[in-house]
Design a protein around this ligand. Structure first.
Ligand SMILES: Nc1nc2c(c(=O)[nH]1)N[C@H]1C(S)=C(S)[C@@H](COP(=O)(O)O)O[C@H]1N2
Ligand SMILES: [Mo]
Length: 392
C-alpha cells in the first residue's frame, strides 16, 4: 500500500498537451494510430457502470460494424433469400417469418477482439479494452424452424436441398467492404448441425423494439454462446453449401493464430470472463478511481460460452483472492451477477475479478497470446485510491 496522503487522483499534476515524451504521463508505450482512433469512434463499448442492468439498455450495448451501416428505409421491403444446394431459392419477408413460433432469449454477446489492447504487440484493428460486451433480449424465430419448414415444404418445390444435407450454411449481410484487398459482403458460415441448433435465431427485435440500424435493422442472426462475429447483421441471404466456406471473415480472419503463417483455429465459443463495475468515482480523463474507506460492495458480471454457466467468481485485493457471491443464471446464455463485500483500507489498491465456468475453466491472469488479438479473457484489474477521511 502506498502513502494515502498523496492521492494522485485528487492531487494530480496539471494536465498538458500530449507530448508523448518518454517519462511524461501521456507517453504511450504503444502509440495509437489515427486508423484505430477512427475505429474506436465508430464502434462503442458498454460503459462498465451499466453492468448493473440485467439487460443492457439499447444504445449502451457495444457495437462492432466492419463497413458501413446499410440504409434500410422500411422493414416491409426486406427480403431474406434462402438458396438451396441446387441453386434454386425461396424468399421470406418479415411477415412470413412471423408465422413461425416467436421466441425471446436473453443473450450476452461479446466481440472476439475484446481485450485486444492488452496484448503486446497490439494487432492493428479495433482497439478494445474490456467493454465489447452487452446483454440483450433478442426476439424472433428459430432458424431451425425455418430451415425445417423449407426442407419439408411442398410450396417451395419439394426439398430445399434435393434430399441432400448441406455441409454448411452461409449467412450474408447487406453490408459490403474491403479488407486486406478482398471485396466482400460480411459473410459467415455455420455447420449444418450448428445452424439446426434450436437456440440460433433470426431476430428482428432487441429489448422489445425493432432493431436499430446499427444492430442490424431489420433482421439479423443471433448465435448465442459464440463470439459476436457469428451473429450476422442486416441478414439478406442464407445459402446451403456442400464444401467448407472460405470467405474472408471465415478463414482470412477470426482464426486464433500464434504467428502470421499459422493456419489457425477458428474462433467460435466465448471464453469464460468476468468484469467489475469500477467502484467509487472516476477521474474523467484517466478513469482512475477514488472512494471513501470502509465497507464497499464490489459488483460485476461473469459469463462463459456455448451455454456453459459460471460456477465461481473470485475477487482479489492486492493479490489475495476471496470468493465472491455469485447469482445463478436464469437464462442459459446470459451473464450472471456477482458481488463481494470489501472492508477497504486507505491507500492504493488493485482489485481483480476471476471467473471459473462449470467445465472448470478458469480465466488466466495474463492475456493468452494471439496474433490478431482475439479471445483475451485475462482477469480484469481496477486500480483504486481509498481516502482515509470520507470526502466524496
Ligand atoms: N453484417 C455484419 N454483421 C456483423 C458485423 C458486421 O460488421 N457486419 N460485425 C460482427 C461482429 S465482429 C460483432 S462483435 C457483432 C456485433 O454486434 P452488435 O454491433 O449488434 O453489438 O456483429 C457481428 N455481425
Ligand atoms: Mo466482433
Amino acid at each position: 500500500m502506498s502513502d494515502s496522503t498523496r492521492n494522485p487522483v485528487l492531487n494530480p499534476e496539471p494536465r498538458q498537451h500530449i507530448t508523448g515524451e518518454p517519462g511524461s504521463p501521456d507517453h504511450l508505450v504503444q502509440k495509437y494510430t489515427l486508423t484505430e482512433v477512427q475505429l474506436a469512434n465508430r464502434n462503442s463499448g458498454v460503459c462498465l457502470e451499466t453492468l448493473r442492468h440485467d439487460v443492457t439498455p439499447i444504445g449502451m450495448h457495444y457495437l462492432l460494424t466492419h463497413f458501413d451501416v446499410p440504409y434500410v428505409e422500411k422493414a416491409d421491403d426486406w427480403k431474406l433469400t434462402f438458396e438451396r444446394l441446387d441453386g434454386t431459392t425461396a424468399d421470406f419477408d418479415l411477415e412470413r417469418l412471423k408465422d413461425f413460433e416467436q421466441i425471446e432469449q436473453r443473450v450476452t454477446l461479446e466481440c472476439a477482439g475484446n481485450g485486444r489492447v492488452y496484448m503486446e504487440p497490439r494487432w492493428a484493428s479495433m482497439p478494445w479494452s474490456s467493454e465489447a460486451v452487452g446483454t440483450a433480449v433478442w426476439g424472433g424465430v428459430r432458424l431451425s424452424d425455418v430451415l425445417t419448414s423449407l426442407t419439408n415444404s411442398t410450396q417451395d418445390s419439394a426439398h430445399l436441398n434435393a434430399g441432400k444435407e448441406p455441409l454448411e450454411w452461409v449467412f450474408s449481410g447487406a453490408d459490403q467492404g474491403v479488407d486486406n484487398g478482398h471485396v466482400h459482403h460480411f459473410e459467415r458460415s455455420l455447420s449444418h448441425t450448428m445452424a439446426m441448433n434450436s437456440d440460433v435465431m433470426l431476430a428482428w427485435q432487441i429489448n422489445g423494439q425493432s432493431l436499430p440500424p446499427q444492430h442490424g435493422f431489420p433482421l439479423r442472426l443471433i448465435v448465442p454462446g459464440w463470439y459476436g462475429m457469428a451473429s450476422v447483421k442486416w441478414l439478406k441471404h442464407i445459402k446451403a453449401i456442400d464444401h467448407p466456406f472460405e470467405g474472408y471473415q471465415q478463414t482470412g480472419t477470426y482464426q486464433y493464430r500464434q504467428t502470421l503463417d499459422d493456419p489457425g483455429k477458428p474462433v467460435t465459443a466465448i471464453r469464460v470472463r468476468s468484469l467489475m463495475i469500477p467502484p467509487g468515482i472516476p477521474d474523467w480523463y484517466t478513469r482512475q478511481r477514488v472512494l471513501n474507506g470502509g465497507e464497499v460492495t464490489l459488483r460485476g458480471r461473469a459469463w462463459s460460452g456455448d451455454g456453459t454457466s459460471v460456477s465461481k467468481v473470485e475477487v482479489s485485493v492486492d493479490g489475495e483472492w476471496h470468493k465472491a457471491k455469485l447469482e445463478s443464471s436464469t437464462d442459459k446464455y446470459a451473464w450472471q451477477s456477482w458481488q463481494f463485500l470489501w472492508q477497504s483500507t486507505p491507500g492504493e489498491h488493485v482489485l481483480q475479478c476471476r471467473a471459473t465456468d462449470a467445465n472448470g475453466v478458469v480465466q488466466p491472469l495474463d492475456a493468452p497470446w494471439d496474433k490478431g488479438g482475439f479471445g483475451n479473457n485475462a482477469v480484469h484489474s481496477v486500480k483504486v485510491w481509498v481516502e482515509q477521511e470520507p470526502e466524496l
